[in-house]
Design a protein around this ligand. Structure first.
Ligand SMILES: Nc1ncnc2c1ncn2[C@@H]1O[C@H](COP(=O)(O)OP(=O)(O)OP(=O)(O)O)[C@@H](O)[C@H]1O
Ligand SMILES: [Mg+2]
Length: 302
């Protein structure tokens, strides 16, 4: 499928995959596609950053190539590696049979048969479906040297492998980077990208998201779930629940055939929303009752 021509078409494309972007996200996504620039999405956990890449790939009918970042990630894991055991076998076989000359063997050993292509290299290769969506997920988990390496790769959409030379994408991939901002991404890399902060949605959009992701939930229950989570986010918590937790919680309530929230039901299912014992202890029981009363009879503070 060709790239969307307008912001509305971009929003519609994401919509078609069950993703509910706000206007700002649809705009920056459209611009990233139109200008061929990488898009850096930063935000709280569980707010739909990774899902943008998945929805784009599915909506455009492109492959999704994912590079999951972690501490110590290096070029061998990100670009390509050599199949060392297979190379050894080839060497031993050549020795045993006396076949071929040494120079030829060396050339073969660093040829396509022994190459293991990792996500960055895969993303540069031409493909009948068109350039893929390259998701570089949780970039903040890597370190500065890898970011510097990435900077080069994303500037020209090319990588250099000593044995192979420089490999350049004929058609650049669509690149989405995500970060939970456990540390700042280097400015030079940020400059290459368009940037968007993915915040918690407002109640109306969270209800839309919930209706898309848990359509089996009755409207009244979804509204209560959203109101409760929105209220919960204003509490002083160690870890505030994201949209992912809202969806999980609604599914738990559905599995328990709950039709309306009660303090007991909330306390029993808090583990879907809160993942720290201190937070759970703070909210369960009286806290849940208080928050529930507040969302059912919203009062303006005196
Ligand atoms: N705007 C949205 N529309 C539809 N679904 C959404 C939206 N935002 C979040 N979700 C849903 O929330 C869940 C979490 O999304 P996702 O994994 O993309 O979050 P994330 O921001 O990448 O989280 P993390 O930082 O923990 O990796 C997914 O199931 C996704 O479908
Ligand atoms: Mg993610």
């Amino acid at each position: 499928m060709t790239l969307p021509e307008t912001i509305d078409a971009t929003a519609a494309l994401l919509h078609g995959q069950g993703y509910r972007p706000d206007r700002a996200l649809a705009t920056v996504t459209f611009l990233a596609l139109r200008l061929g620039r990488p898009l850096l999405l930063e935000g709280e956990p569980g707010t739909g950053k990774t899902e943008v890449a998945k929805a784009l790939a599915a909506g455009l009918g492109r492959r999704l190539i994912r590079l999951q970042c972690y501490e110590g990630l290096d070029a061998a894991q990100a670009v390509c590696d050599w199949n060392f055991p297979a190379q050894m076998i080839a060497i031993r076989t050549a020795e045993a049979t006396g076949a071929g000359d040494a120079a030829r063997l060396q050339q073969d050993l660093f040829g396509p048969d022994f190459l293991i292509e990792r996500p960055l290299l895969q993303a540069l290769r031409p493909h009948p479906e068109g350039p893929p969506v390259l998701l570089i997920d949780e970039l903040d988990r890597t370190d500065a040297p890898f970011e510097a390496f990435l900077l080069e790769a994303l500037s020209d959409f090319q990588v250099t492998v000593p044995e192979l030379g420089t490999i350049r994408a004929a058609a650049p991939p669509i690149v989405i980077l995500t970060s939970n901002r456990t540390r700042e991404v280097h400015e030079a890399l940020k400059r290459r990208c368009l940037y968007h902060w993915v915040g918690y949605p407002d109640a109306a959009r969270e209800l839309e998201i919930l209706s898309a992701r848990a359509p089996e939930a009755a409207r009244a229950l979804s509204q209560e779930v959203v109101a409760f989570v929105q209220r919960l986010r204003t509490e002083d918590l160690f870890k505030t629940p994201g949209v992912a937790e809202t969806i999980d919680w609604a599914k738990c309530l559905l599995a328990l055939d709950v039709i309306a929230l009660t303090p007991e039901v909330i306390s029993d299912t808090l583990g879907a929303l809160l993942k720290y014992q201190d937070d759970i202890r703070r909210i369960e029981g009286a806290g849940a009752k208080r928050l529930l009363e507040e969302i059912r009879s919203p009062k303006t503070p005196a």
